[in-house]
Ligand binder design. Sequence first.
Ligand code: C6P
Length: 427
Amino acid sequence: MNRPSSSPVKKDAPAIERQPIDGRKLAQDFPILKQKVRDKRLVYLDSAATSQKPFTVIDAMNEYYHTSNANVHRGLHMLAERATEIYECARTRASWFINAARPTEIVWTKNATEALNLVAHGWGRRHLKAGDEVVVSRLEHHSNLVPWHLLAKDKGVVVRGVELNADGTLRLEELEEFLKGGKVKLVALAHVSNVLGTINPIAEISKLVHAHGAILVVDGCQAAPHLPVNVRELGADFYAFSAHKMLGPTGLGVLYGRFDLLQQMDAFLGGGEMIEEVKLASSTYKDPPLRFEAGTPPIAETAGMTAALEYLGRLGMANVRAHEKELVTYALEKLKEVQGLKVFGPADPELRAGVVTFEFEHIHAHDVAQVLDSEGIAVRAGHHCTQPLHEWLGSPSTARASFYVYTHQEEIDLLAKGLLKVKKYFA
Ligand code: C6P
């Protein structure tokens, strides 16, 4: 019997330290990257929107459906046992990936957006009251703003936003001022900005937040795929991310929560498998994490996630970070050759991840993306779900190139060349 490789769960040997990543070589593992688009070799620079998937992830999901498909935590038959093992082994592996204290601190969700909504709903509605303050920042993705806005409407909670320094870093002194006011109960911040690439100093922030008796929710959507993340060292109380941005499948997200906090949370969705006992007019609920996983969950996706985490584990997250830092350093220099191009975010590559957002003053970002697309280069254009940040940038729309393990320098050269074409075309 061809058993899924994800079962039983085994801890990887530690990745070889400081092993340089060869993006061009790794790209061979990603079938989608072998194709041509518009008669040109595809240059995929939109990994912040979603990453591409290696063969191993696609194969793991395929194999799951070939050999192990069943529902989890329900049946007593062989396939049900196997599916449950795959589902729970992936949870264990995800807990190792971010160094959670135990697998039961990992809640499977649909995506990071749902994970953040789960905190707002399950923790916020239970523990916050009118007049309490929630602090966010100017650089947040809408997924880490709107759930708090909904909570504000519902409970009379006040949402306050930390502004940015000119280089796109957080004004930490402003956060401290808010905290000193004594009303802040929760701070919700991105670990890495999806537009500026800014890496926020979460370990420093968590100390500040905890010293004032608040909890820290971290949107790790653009960090977990790209940096070594250790939730206990960071001091994150909750940490949310999506599988699809880290080589894994769509339809699966992760909410890490400190177990004591998860225990104090109300269920978000009600239904099958999250219950302890149901009577006609009332019900009681399971302990976390199952309390938050109502209904049939994404199962094949957890098989894919295990393969994605194995792939990243083999590379070593410190090596992934080093690779992207090299790429972003190169890109910041290379794009200086494109006169008239304004690049946003911190100038110091130490402070930023592999995301480069830019604009030409008189050319709409959609036009930039379209000309690049005609060259086979995929970038994202728009407000990137960060309208408050774009208000601050003074532009409703920008273009963004984002990198990952399979990106290599030659693709950044092609981007620069493409941008020169854009300029020429609209001159
Ligand atoms: N950013 C981008 O192109 P979901 O859609 O739930 O997987 O991720 C939401 C999300 C939350 N926080 C941050 C910092 C993000 O970047 C994202 C997703 C994509 O930038 C799609 S809008």
